[in-house]
Write a protein that binds this ligand. Sequence first.
Ligand SMILES: [Fe+2]
Ligand SMILES: [Fe+2]
Length: 133
Amino acid sequence: MANQITWKNYYSVNEPSLDAEHKQIINCINDLYSALNDPKRVDLTKQILDALVQYTQTHFEHEEKLLKEVGFPTLDAHKALHDEMKRKTFGLRTHWTLVTNQDVLVFLKDWWIGHIQGEDKLYASYMPVATTA
Ligand SMILES: [Fe+2]
Ligand SMILES: [Fe+2]
């Protein structure tokens, strides 16, 4: 389906547990695309957004904990990006009826793929665990 995100191996951040969470979030965004493209499934939008909020919060907390453990130098700036995205994602859930706008999905897709390939990649060399994904 157009606009679905496909996981690429080069998205890996060298930590399988974080890769798994990134994949979970990408799957969630893909589920939103599917729900919005199928009139019978539009009522699932709120449930999927609830899951996205939960996965986002859990992932950011986990990632920040690991970055603190490995002494990642720009954790504060990275956390500020997370906090901003958390606020926006909470806002989407609150105003979930507006998510029928494809622009919202483009925003989610662009933010996550950009963040994983940009800011998250910066910590990959700090990760002690070699990826098996
Ligand atoms: Fe991050
Ligand atoms: Fe991340």
